[in-house]
Ligand binder design. Structure first.
Ligand SMILES: Nc1ncnc2c1ncn2[C@@H]1O[C@H](COP(=O)(O)OP(=O)(O)O)[C@@H](O)[C@H]1O
Ligand SMILES: [Mg+2]
Length: 268
């Protein structure tokens, strides 16, 4: 496939912390309206790779392309302008602020009146309401304070915040880790719902079943290296588990055609 056919490409990414080679020569591609599962044991390099996309880390080497154009992501604002949003495990919400205020935190809408600039609370509340409606999670009001929300509702606010600004790629790093078990299925449904609206996602989770029920493709990292990529339908939970543990070296031949380790055959 040609560059430009992908929404997002990371090519030959390297990142070390002192002697720790956290990410080594990793290639990651993401299609439009696709959910990619990023799997790997603890310390495999998943979070480091994703934090490069939001400028939390600067790669030692490698290039990033969005819609075929090389991009330079130096600040979180750069990532946001490119439509890349990260949802953290703790959702990073301000507990004492309302849903609407959280959605617009740091990018408040303003209006000018008599030469002065004011926060446009009404427009923020309207836009917050429509962003929340995308999540299909029922709420009484976007004026509700975050402290009064359940874990699942907080998750929805974090997702609404990402989608309110035309996110193209939403990265979810262990989003279910701080959720109660009963709020996980609605989150997975929401991911599929967003995907069907054309939003691409990268989903990191230890719950391999969740990855299989939502993701179009899976990519496995081991000790900082990519050990394989496969369409979910071409592999199994057992195979992925063996790959994560290192008891199997790469995906079976069904999945070989989507192995970006050998880029030449992959680009053919
Ligand atoms: N800020 C950091 N400073 C030093 N080492 C780090 C830092 N972030 C991650 N690492 C190391 O990089 C490796 C990969 O970590 P990480 O990307 O968090 O893995 P994962 O998310 O797959 O569990 C680990 O060995 C970890 O200790
Ligand atoms: Mg991590």
């Amino acid at each position: 496939m040609l560059s430009g056919d992908y929404l997002l490409e990371m090519r030959d990414i390297h990142k070390s912390f002192g002697a720790v080679r956290a990410v080594q020569s990793v290639d990651l591609v993401l299609g439009r309206g696709e959910i990619l599962g990023l799997l790997g044991d603890n310390a495999a390099g998943k979070s480091t790779l994703m934090k490069i996309l939001t400028a939390f880390h600067k790669p030692d080497r490698g290039k990033i392309y969005v819609e075929g154009q090389e991009v330079h992501i130096h600040t979180p604002g750069d990532a946001r302008r490119l439509g890349i949003e990260m949802i953290y495990q703790d959702f990073s919400l301000a507990p004492n602020l309302s849903i609407a205020d959280n959605i617009f935190l740091g990018r408040e809408l303003t209006k000018d009146f008599l030469g002065m600039r004011f926060i446009d609370r009404k427009r923020m509340e309207e836009k917050a309401k429509s962003a929340m409606s995308v999540t299909n999670i029922r709420l009484d009001s976007v004026k509700t304070i975050v402290t009064d929300l359940s874990g699942g509702q907080r998750q929805a606010v974090a997702i609404a915040r990402a989608t309110a600004f035309d996110a193209k790629v939403i990265i979810m790093d262990e989003p279910t880790a701080s959720l109660s078990v009963k709020t996980i299925p609605p989150l997975l449904d929401l991911m599929v719902h967003l995907r069907d609206q054309g939003i691409s996602m990268i989903f990191i989770s230890h719950r391999i079943q969740d990855v299989f029920s939502t993701c179009d493709r899976v990519m496995v990292l081991r000790r900082g290296k990519c050990v394989g990529v496969a369409y979910t339908q071409d592999t199994t939970v057992d195979e992925v588990t063996s790959l994560i543990a290192g008891t199997q070296k790469t995906f079976g031949k069904n999945a070989q055609h989507f192995n970006p380790v050998g880029l030449e055959e992959y680009d053919a």
